[in-house]
Design a protein around this ligand. Structure first.
Ligand code: DAH
Length: 342
């Protein structure tokens, strides 16, 4: 074997050893430069060709080319291996375990008042009622006078009512919507009216200067107290369960005659008496009555031809009962830890 052939062989072996020992793509590139680059050792053999006997040049050329081909093939092989290893390492780093439980984003939640209101609306809309809202800033006339609450009535006392002017106030009840709807004169009427009301009360576990009521009003020919009882009985059973019983206790409201307060049998103990119903077996839920003929007249309806019933429910009271919340303030603090339980 000639010296040159020997040398080319040694270069090839050294190159292959260096390639196999390369621990990364950078190192592999250095190896390429040192053997095949412009100043590389194999290139140096070609450059020394001028000293070779012209006859031998094709032979030498072939050795060098063969060696080059071998080195390049090994390089490609090694590069593929290093690339694959690099890719595998990166994939390992970026691996996502799709079976892990996700970090849930909390996307908000209906307030217990809203849930209770939607439930009440569902029940009455199912019985053919319309939902009609009225203004929170109201005339004294609608809030009191047209509801048969005379000027000297204790409810008109400034202690209970937030007045804006002498004649304009923050409504203390949703009942003024009754007067507004009756005045429009479109009969018969079957409506509920939910909304915010205001009273200058101190905040405690059962009071707030701003809370919500749902008013109900039905006006038609031949409406009797039996219709009122039947309707509210269905309402109570839908809201608190089919076993629920209702009890109508005589009461007084200026805008209804006769008037009643309605109790439902305790849905906790079924009426036997427990801590929840304070031992009585009954829980008060609303006020109601037959619309006072004087109210009908003041709102332009002939009481000889039409009769009707009305009721008023405290929304917070329903939410507190239904979700067994013992302090009304929790409904207004909007602490997400409390709200998300419902
Ligand atoms: N407006 C009354 C209140 O705030 C509740 C009420 C009672 C409304 C009887 C009515 C009703 O429509 O008939 O206490």
């Amino acid at each position: 074997m000639s010296d040159i052939e020997q040398k080319v062989k040694e270069i090839q072996e050294a190159a292959v050893t260096a390639i196999l020992g390369a621990d990364g793509l950078d190192r592999l590139n250095e190896v390429r430069v040192s053997f095949l680059g412009k100043k590389g050792s194999l290139t140096a053999v070609l450059k020394s060709m001028k000293n070779v006997d012209p006859e031998d040049r094709p032979k030498v050329g072939k050795w060098v080319n063969d060696a080059r081909a071998e080195i390049e093939a090994r390089m490609t092989e090694m590069k593929n291996r290093l690339d694959a290893e690099k890719m595998a390492r990166e994939l390992e780093k970026e691996k996502i375990d799709v079976t892990l439980p996700p970090k849930m984003k909390f996307i908000g939640h209906s307030h217990p008042n809203t849930i209770a209101l939607e439930e009440v609306e569902r029940i009455f809309v199912g019985m053919g009622y319309e939902v009609i809202e009225g203004p929170e800033i109201e005339y004294d006339d609608y809030n009191f006078t047209k509801l048969n609450i005379p000027a000297n009535h204790p409810a008109k006392d400034e202690q209970d009512t937030f007045y804006i002017t002498k004649d304009i106030l923050l409504r203390t009840q949703t009942s003024p919507v009754q007067a507004r709807v009756m005045e429009k004169g479109k009969l018969p009427i079957r409506m509920i009216s939910p909304g915010r009301v205001f009273r200058s009360d101190e905040v405690d576990a059962t009071h707030s200067p701003s809370f919500h009521q749902i008013e109900g009003l039905v006006i038609d020919k031949n409406i009797t107290f039996a219709d009122l009882k039947g309707t509210l009985d269905v309402f109570a059973k839908e809201l608190f369960g089919p076993e629920t019983k209702t009890k109508f206790r005589p009461h007084h409201f200026p805008f209804t005659e006769p008037s009643a307060e309605v109790d439902v049998s305790c849905f906790k103990c079924g009426g036997k008496g427990c801590r929840f119903c304070k031992g009585s077996g009954w829980i008060e839920i609303l006020g109601c009555g037959m619309v006072h003929p004087h109210v009908l007249e003041m709102c332009g309806i002939d009481p000889e031809e039409y009769t009707g019933f009305a009721f008023g429910v405290g929304l917070e009271r329903i939410a507190l009962l239904k979700y067994e919340i013992d302090d009304m303030r929790l409904l207004y603090e909007n602490d997400i830890r409390f709200l998300k339980q419902f």
